[in-house]
Ligand binder design. Structure first.
Ligand SMILES: [Zn+2]
Length: 409
């Protein structure tokens, strides 16, 4: 059968799906506009042992050390037992007691953290002023990395379906599942840690933030798979297997009624398996450009039609439909989580008052409002009713409700 003409993506996928894809693309564009020009220098403290601290004092510019804004905070610190690179590993390992790696052992050595803080802060704020701005910058860096990656994958997935580049659509939508599952997993950990820190006793806030958020970000940043021989270190942090993360994400999707109605957890895992077969030169790739097999009535022969772009009468492989559904459902969840995560990070910055505690400027360094009637700089509503105070609740991480930043205004 000769091809009359190549069909458009809207004809093949259906007008309804094409409209939903266009709407989704617009919301991704809004996120992309929000990100325009965003860049960040992460500046974070490095733990120094006594010798390193003395060396730092000896070598630092005397003017700098005389400045009342450079302060040091001495503490036993805690780190999970796994480590990233050698120069930190000896210090980190020395902290944890054998029974509980999150608690300093009695003979934990002390470490010095030094940073430049804002002028005139009372002494009881010094430790938080040393710790919190660096953690805030790292949270923002973590978020930006996810957001940029999400936008890259989502826009490529939609565009490649539109131009009927089936292989790239399969690759990008499969990668979108991995990205959103990982984003959800890491967000969930960070939300829980921030909740614990926000409710910690006043004298334990700094250490709780170091032990939970700072260390988690360290693990997220340096975890890898299969790079041991390249880096020449057999004791690197292992990134969680992506199939494990997707399995957990599928369970979470199943527990959300609105999402489960659109795609069950089992369907997500099935779609991931099929797209993986299309992303690799395996079965899915062999059917990407083919209509299903048809067997002749007499049973002796079978045939299928192969074409780069099907014509309107062709039956099409299931790959593009699966890619479209994944983009719409999983992409929608990704956007929801990104906006909520940014709200959580804003909450961290405003509750810990990093905007007033460090002289360094950085992207989304929000300064608490000075009047209770003012609008909260994060956009959550009036400063009076904002929940950016120690001991107040942290928003719940949801999959199916979008939380634009101006919600509540
Ligand atoms: Zn707010």
């Amino acid at each position: 059968m000769p091809a009359e003409r190549a069909a458009s993506a809207a004809e093949i996928l259906g007008a309804d799906v094409a409209t939903q894809l266009a709407e989704f693309e617009n919301t991704v564009l809004e996120l992309d506009l929000f990100l325009a020009g965003a860049e960040l220098v992460e500046k974070t403290v490095v733990p120094m042992n006594e010798n390193e601290f003395k060396k730092f004092v000896a070598s630092a510019d005397p003017e700098l050390l005389r400045s009342p804004n450079w302060i040091s905070w001495i503490t036993p610190a805690v780190q999970p037992s796994k480590k990233d690179f050698r120069e930190y590993s000896e210090k980190w390992n020395a902290y944890g007691s054998p029974s509980d790696p999150w608690q300093p052992s009695a003979d934990s050595p002390r470490y010095w953290y030094c940073a430049e803080i804002s002028e005139g802060l009372p002494e009881h704020e010094h430790s938080e002023a040393v710790v919190c701005p660096g953690v805030h910058m790292r949270l923002l860096g973590w978020w930006l990395t996810h957001a940029w990656r999400f936008v890259d994958l989502a826009t490529t997935a939609v565009a490649s379906l539109d131009s009927w580049n089936v292989t790239v659509a399969a690759l990008a939508s499969r990668a979108l599942i991995e990205e959103v599952a990982c984003l959800w997993w890491e967000s969930d950990e960070l939300f829980r840690s921030w909740r614990a820190a926000k409710h910690a006793p006043a004298d334990a806030r700094d250490l709780t933030i170091m032990n939970l958020l700072s260390n988690q970000l360290e693990v997220f940043t340096f975890s890898q798979r299969g790079l041991e021989s390249i880096i020449g270190d057999n004791d690197l942090w292992q990134a969680l297997n992506i199939l494990t993360i997707i399995g957990k994400f599928a369970k979470r999707m199943a527990s959300d009624g609105i999402i489960a109605e659109r795609m069950s957890g089992k369907e997500l895992e099935d779609n991931y398996a099929i797209l993986s077969n299309a992303a690799h030169p395996a079965f899915g790739a062999r059917i990407s450009y083919a209509a299903p097999w048809a067997e002749h009535d007499h049973g002796a022969t079978r045939q299928r039609r192969l074409s780069r772009v099907p014509n309107e009468v062709d039956a099409v492989s299931p790959i593009p439909d699966i890619a479209a559904k994944v983009i719409l459902v999983v992409g929608g969840i990704g956007e929801t989580i990104l906006w909520q995560s940014l709200r959580m990070i804003d909450d961290f910055g405003l509750t810990t008052r990093t905007g007033l505690r460090t002289p360094h400027s950085y992207w989304r360094k929000l300064v608490p409002a000075s009047k209770s009637s003012a609008v909260c700089p994060c956009g959550c509503g009036k400063w009076r009713t904002a929940q950016h105070r120690w001991g107040q609740p942290v928003i719940e991480l949801r999959l199916s409700r979008s939380s634009p930043l101006n919600e509540g205004q």
